[in-house]
Design a protein around this ligand. Structure first.
Ligand code: ATP
Length: 285
């Protein structure tokens, strides 16, 4: 019986801007997203019966229809009339509800994996369209690399990858709901928007300092004002010498970018004093 392994990397937003609130209640965004080398690992195996079964080593995520990997398996199975079953084991390494798109990346990896396991022959574009039905970050997680995302986040354009550097991720022990953050966000209160052209220019020139200078996330003030521990992490990274620091997505994870290895230990040690979940990874370029 065939078995495959698929990786589901975490994403960070180098830039997140909100353009307007749409009539349908969603926000129109412009984001620059990229993958980091911190990934969930999915093991997928054919089942002799027509059923989707999910397991994970972590006990606090749903393993039924509420799980995005389960939803992805159900969607592709029903859409293409597949009468076969699959067992999926989710080895979770990406912190949950962290602003790192862990669930969306699992959904994307499930679609990619089942396309292979069930020989469906779907193109990347077809998988992206399917992924958009599951969540606005799923198409990007299917495509991977670095992309400019528009609309609700599903309209993608691949762009130059960031220059190689270290990424230190720190997640405080709080859960932040994306819906809550957007609910408290008022686009008309924004005094300035981060510059997409400046970030695109920095990436195309592979300029690490300019990339750090162009980081921006308009949701940051909402989460920082509500959760002092997120602000404390941000301040600590800056003080310890990280070259660029930003909250990812709606938070609460904060990432610090560092170009020189010698600085990594300093930032890591400063954070470890009061934050248990700290990861040191590389950009996936
Ligand atoms: P987003 O920014 O899209 O809200 P996130 O990275 O902040 O994503 P996730 O790790 O995707 O957050 O988890 C958000 C919620 O989704 C969790 O509370 C969890 O119960 C649920 N969830 C559903 N499927 C998964 C999955 N495969 N992995 C982790 N959480 C999942």
């Amino acid at each position: 019986m065939s078995k495959i392994y698929v990786k589901a990397p975490a994403k960070i937003n180098l830039l997140l801007d909100v353009i307007r609130k749409r009539e349908d209640g969603f926000h129109e965004v412009e984001m620059i997203m990229t993958m980091v080398d911190l990934a969930d690992r999915l093991e997928m195996e054919e089942l002799p019966r027509d059923q989707i079964v999910l397991s994970s080593q972590v006990g606090f995520i749903p393993l039924d229809e509420k799980n995005l990997a389960f939803q992805a398996a159900k969607l592709i199975k029903e859409r293409y009339g597949v009468k076969r079953g699959v067992y999926i084991h989710l080895d979770k390494q990406i912190p949950v509800a962290a602003g790192l798109a862990g669930g969306s990346s699992d959904a994307a990896a499930t679609l990619r994996g089942l396309n292979r396991l069930w020989d469906l022959g779907l193109s990347r574009d077809e998988l992206e369209v399917l992924g958009a039905e599951l969540g606005s970050d799923v198409p990007f997680c299917i495509r991977g690399g670095t992309a400019l995302a528009r609309g609700r986040g599903e309209k993608l354009e691949s762009i130059s990858p960031p220059p190689q550097c270290w990424v230190i991720l720190a997640k405080p022990p709080i859960n932040v709901s994306t819906a809550d953050v957007y609910g408290k966000f008022r686009v008309n209160d924004l005094k300035e928007h981060p510059s997409i052209p400046a970030m695109l220019d920095a990436l195309s020139r592979q300029s690490f300092p300019d990339m750090c200078d162009s980081l921006g996330n308009v949701l940051e003030h909402v989460t920082l004002n509500r959760y002092p521990e997120v602000r404390q992490i941000k301040d600590c990274m800056i003080k310890a010498g990280a070259d660029g620091v930003l909250m990812s997505g709606s938070g609460p994870t904060v990432f610090g970018l560092v170009s020189k290895e010698i600085k990594v230990a300093r930032v890591y040690n400063a954070l470890r004093g009061f934050c248990k979940e700290v990861y040191v990874v590389r950009m996936l370029t």
